[in-house]
Design a protein around this ligand. Structure first.
Ligand SMILES: Cc1cc2nc3c(=O)[nH]c(=O)nc-3n(C[C@H](O)[C@H](O)[C@H](O)COP(=O)(O)OP(=O)(O)OC[C@H]3O[C@@H](n4cnc5c(N)ncnc54)[C@H](O)[C@@H]3O)c2cc1C
Length: 390
């Protein structure tokens, strides 16, 4: 009996996805790229950018059409993050966070019907609080508590380093109950909640801060998923967010290289354009090679997720390697631009500062390598203390 092998074209994105990329790129380059640098140097939340993204269907891009979303899959969401980041990293963060928050609400909140349409319209903005002053990499060591009371819970504790906190209306907060870490949706306008904004070198228009809960009441219906299973919920999301963030870092580096290629063709030294020196062109070729490889590893992690196959290791790989090689490429671009590249008159420094946020946010390189190493060597013995979890 002969086996018929169906023809396949692996490692190529579908025409539909490439058309989607072209439309997002055309919008982002026309509407977002021109204002990127001014916005990146400001702490103002650019509400008009959020509205433009929402009008374009790029806020909560995976939300089902029944709630007004595009119902995009993970690869399309990745491409949306990538193409918006190529124009404006901070705008891409809005696409990224609304996509992830939309996925969490759709999967885990009984209030999804009410909240998802507001997310898609850009009216409701969420953020995610996991890190605490005493626990970051070892997120399971959280000390924020949620105590059962009539009709819900009372939260006490502090979350820190929360991206998007300054302009958020609600936070997805992880707190410990008798049954373990649990996710809650918390109203940030509540009078028992106080916020403090940080001064940051990058991601400035998005903002980051600390939030304190003092006997904050959270009604029963704001529980996310199942009590005591919050940790599994957030870890599953990290397997997704890490690929999206990898794509964002890579896209910024590719844009920096585009600017550098144009500059190298114009700028002459010793009577010849820079583009005629291999000392300039070979490093560009090397960076593009690595970026292309990392980009496809991101698509692979997203494709594995769509197929319902394991992808924790691949997501960890792109999370440490994507920002790492993107930063190396951007720094090379700064040097190739000479003194003008170092100045804030050019966007390269802002790109470097923005992308550097991804070295730490969503888990550091050491933690990603630990996840990969566990896949290779198995988990370390339980007798050891402080096994990092994020
Ligand atoms: C820009 C930015 C955005 C962020 N956004 C959010 C957000 O929205 N929500 C949120 O909850 N958190 C957020 N964070 C926090 C982030 O997730 C944590 O900072 C990160 O997980 C590291 O935790 P930590 O800072 O407490 O460092 P620690 O856990 O104290 O680690 C300190 C250093 O030790 C290393 N290390 C720790 N354990 C080990 C080990 N076993 N082996 C080797 N090295 C180890 C770490 O890699 C790190 O370099 C953000 C952080 C940044 C910088």
């Amino acid at each position: 009996m002969s086996t018929v092998v169906q023809p396949q074209v692996p490692c190529i994105l579908s025409d539909e996805l490439e058309d989607f990329r072209a439309s997002v790129r055309s919008f982002a380059q026309a509407k977002l790229a021109p204002g990127y640098l001014d916005r990146a140097l400001s702490d103002e939340t650019p509400r008009e950018v959020r509205s433009m993204l929402a009008a374009q269907g790029l806020i909560g891009v995976e939300v089902s059409p029944e709630y007004g979303g595009q119902g995009a899959d993970h690869l399309a969401a990745g491409i949306a993050c990538e193409e918006v980041a190529r124009a404006d990293f901070n705008a891409a963060y809005m696409v990224f966070s609304s996509t992830v928050e939309g996925c969490i609400l759709a999967a885990h909140s009984p209030l999804a019907d009410e909240l998802l349409p507001r997310i898609v319209k850009g009216e409701l903005k969420l953020c995610l609080g996991l890190t605490e002053p005493g626990s970051g990499s070892d997120a399971a060591a959280m000390s924020t508590t949620a105590t059962r009371v009539d009709g819900g819970w009372r939260l006490n504790g502090e979350k820190t380093s929360v991206t998007g906190l300054p302009s958020a209306h609600m936070a997805i907060v992880f707190a410990r109950t008798d049954r373990g870490p649990t996710g809650f949706l918390v109203d940030l306008e509540d009078p028992t909640v106080s916020r403090q904004r940080f001064r940051d070198p990058g991601l400035r228009p998005v903002g980051r801060g600390a939030v304190t809960f003092e006997d904050t009441f959270v009604p029963e219906e704001r529980l996310l998923g199942v009590e005591g299973r919050g940790f599994g919920l957030v870890m599953k999301e990290f397997d997704y967010t890490r690929s999206l963030l990898g794509l964002m870092a890579i896209a910024v580096a590719e844009r920096a290289i585009e600017l550098t290629v144009a500059y190298a063709q114009e700028r002459t030294t010793f009577g010849r354009p820079l583009s005629e020196y291999q000392g300039i062109t070979f490093p560009i070729a090397e960076h593009l090679t690595k970026l292309e490889a990392a980009r496809w590893l991101c698509y692979r992690a997203l494709s594995l997720r769509i197929a319902g196959r394991p992808h924790t290791k691949e997501a960890a790989m792109v999370k440490w390697w994507g920002p790492h090689i993107a930063l190396q490429a951007i720094e090379e671009c700064i040097v190739i631009h000479g003194h003008v590249g170092w100045s804030d008159e050019m966007p390269l420094q802002a790109m470097r500062r923005d992308v550097s946020a991804l070295l730490i946010g969503d888990g550091t390189p050491q933690i990603q390598k630990l996840i990969i190493a566990r896949d290779v060597f198995g988990r370390e013995p339980k007798t050891r203390t402080a096994a990092p979890t994020s």
